[in-house]
Design a protein around this ligand. Structure first.
Ligand SMILES: [Fe+2]
Length: 260
């Protein structure tokens, strides 16, 4: 993929997202959360560029990674407009919606076959719990890249929300409880180095704990470095209840990171 393609894709993304804000049928709260996905996309774009460069990828590959980042959440805009939620299980898969839009707008046809296949696969599996085993080496690589770049920014999105640093609401349509409770299953997952499922989340504390488990699904050292440099793990512990169990969890996560 060459710089001209990336320039064209950026322009397409800008124009595509712009029309949602001037749509009189979309309420203000939804528009604020559309903006969340727009700013998130640009940060994922910067994350993926940083990670790709630190892996010494060729320029064409960095450009392909940028295109994947730019389009990975494009389905969120239609999802929010139609269903007013970020939850796929209450609406539709946002990655499938995104791919449909890219196809209908002719964006996929703009790419040559090899890159198109990689981009489709990476977007399709950017948010599934486990990447399918039957991908080829390249597809798997770009899948891992977008998953890292995306997760790295989702830490920030939630921390900003919990610390009242943003007007966006990433829990839009999620119905989470504000109680002090948290699920002991997620604690067990953390201590077993396992990723928890979004389906198990009942409270905001559960969600903070789920974010901690994502550290086990970070593929590249460059991504881990970004997470550490930006102190995301430490910020999450700051906003969790303080007790013996959390101390154990903190020490476990800390040990895992230092071992890596
Ligand atoms: Fe994303």
């Amino acid at each position: 993929m060459n710089p001209k393609d990336i320039k064209f894709f950026n322009k397409f993304f800008r124009n595509y997202t712009k029309k949602f804000y001037s749509d009189a049928e979309i309420d203000d709260e939804t528009k604020i959360n559309l903006k969340l996905k727009e700013v998130h996309t640009y940060r994922v774009y910067r994350n993926i560029t940083y990670i790709s460069k630190s892996l010494n990828l060729k320029e064409e590959e960095i450009n392909l990674a940028k295109a994947i980042a730019l389009f990975h959440d494009i389905g969120r805009f239609e999802q929010l407009r139609q269903y007013k939620t970020f939850l796929d299980r209450k609406s539709e898969s946002h990655s499938e919606m995104g791919l449909k839009i890219l196809y209908e707008k002719g964006i996929l046809n703009w790419m040559e076959e090899r890159e198109r296949k990689i981009l489709i696969t990476a977007i399709k599996f950017h948010n599934v719990r486990e990447i399918p085993k039957n991908l080829n080496t390249e597809e798997l690589f770009f899948c891992r890249l977008i998953r890292d770049a995306d997760k790295t920014d989702i830490f920030k999105v939630w921390i900003d929300y919990f610390e009242h640093k943003s007007c966006y609401n990433p829990s839009y349509g999620m119905d989470l409880s504000d109680s002090d409770e948290y699920s002991h299953n997620i604690i067990s997952d953390i201590l077993a180095n396992k990723i928890s499922l979004l389906e198990n989340i009942r409270t905001y504390n559960d969600l903070k704990l789920l974010l901690l488990t994502w550290i086990y699904d970070i593929n590249f050292d460059a991504s881990l470095n970004l997470i550490l440099k930006r102190k995301y793990m430490r910020e999450i512990f700051k906003i969790l209840p303080k007790n013996k169990e959390m101390k154990k969890v903190f020490e476990h996560v800390h040990f895992y990171i230092s071992e890596r």
